[in-house]
Design a protein around this ligand. Structure first.
Ligand SMILES: Nc1ncnc2c1ncn2[C@@H]1O[C@H](COP(=O)(O)O)[C@@H](O)[C@H]1OP(=O)(O)O
Ligand SMILES: [Mg+2]
Ligand SMILES: [Mg+2]
Ligand SMILES: [Mg+2]
Length: 308
């Protein structure tokens, strides 16, 4: 592919294949049995799969884009990786897309890549493998424009022979890798955390009077539920997620017509020097949902407590 392909598309194309490769590493660590768990904080585990997945993705990206700023959840890492972890080819179908002109000429200095090498680590350590995703988000001048969500265990529950799939979204282009669907009308199904709740988060869920609450792991996984019509909203009324949790999910969801903001309706920014913490919480709604309705019905004290 000629070097004239815009940087954002080349980054997204390589990220798709790198996330796939990282997904295989995550499955290999699991089946080999020793997860090498390290506690980074309260209910904040890191495993060998998080570390190795991040090394694979960052080594592959830096190899081709040495001057692009990349921020990974697991911090600085050794990018001397086994040769079969180094992904050098980008996904051809992404390389052939037409880049929207707003970021057609974006250069290394305009771009930040946010990497969550394994989202849903608590659930991974507990064997809830379908909650796990690999997230790569691409921001241009602070706005999230490209998102890759790889699900390494997609098909696991149904006993599929080949595991894994990759969902992507690019603002101004659309989405791929899955079939978008709307959640059922006349119902309110809310997805929320199963491992990081607190009284504020519970108060918000109670106020929204859901017909059903799905307490499941992972930011990537919950956004997939919205995009496939299994839930109407993802509500997490507390800090705890970070920019690498929301960058890719925000793009894929919004590229199909949904929204992801903090609890007050303010969009997150993804510049390299931004605060990493999503202190305003996460409110995401499926395509067709009234995002403002959720904001209005979140209790005032919750919204007041969750300012960015
Ligand atoms: N209090 C927290 N500390 C660390 N990570 C958190 C916290 N709350 C949420 N997260 C991150 O956000 C994701 C979604 O949260 P939840 O599953 O609770 O809804 C988690 O899988 C975790 O990402 P990660 O697994 O990549 O560390
Ligand atoms: Mg983590
Ligand atoms: Mg995460
Ligand atoms: Mg993670």
């Amino acid at each position: 592919m000629a070097q004239t392909t815009p940087l954002v598309l080349r980054l997204a194309a390589l990220s798709v294949n790198a996330a796939n490769r990282a997904g295989k590493i995550i499955r290999d660590v699991w089946s080999q049995g020793d997860l090498g768990i390290v506690d980074k904080g309260q209910n904040d585990p890191q495993t060998e799969a998080d570390r190795s997945s991040q090394r694979c993705i960052i080594a592959s990206l830096l190899n081709q884009f040495p001057n692009v700023k990349i921020i990974g959840e697991e911090g600085s890492c050794n990018v001397e990786v086994p040769s079969d972890w180094l992904v050098t080819e980008g996904d051809q179908s992404i390389l052939q897309l037409n880049c929207p002109k707003e970021y057609q000429s974006a250069t290394d200095n305009d771009v930040v890549v946010w990497v969550d090498p394994l989202d849903g680590t608590s659930e991974y350590t507990q064997g809830l493998l379908e909650h796990v995703t690999v997230l790569v988000g691409i921001a241009v001048r602070g706005t999230a424009v490209g998102g890759i969500i790889h699900q390494p265990y997609y098909g696991h529950a149904s006993g599929a022979e080949t595991l894994g799939r990759t969902l992507w979204g690019i603002k101004g282009i659309g989405v791929g890798g899955f079939t978008p669907a709307l959640p059922p009308a006349n119902q309110r199904i809310i997805a929320t955390t199963r491992s990081h709740s607190n009284p504020l988060a519970e108060q918000a869920i109670a106020a929204l009077k859901a017909d059903k609450v799905l307490a499941v792991g992972g930011a990537g996984h919950k956004v997939i539920l919205l995009m496939e019509g299994k839930a109407h909203a993802y509500v997490f009324a507390r800090g705890g997620t970070k920019r690498w949790d929301t960058c890719a999910p925000e793009v894929v969801l919004e590229a199909m017509g949904g929204r992801l903001t903090d609890m007050r309706g303010v969009q997150y920014l993804y510049d390299h020097d931004t605060n990493h913490n999503n202190t305003g919480g996460v409110l995401a709604t499926a395509k067709g949902e009234d995002h403002e309705w959720y904001i209005k019905n979140i209790p005032e004290n919750v919204r007041e407590a969750l300012k960015q």
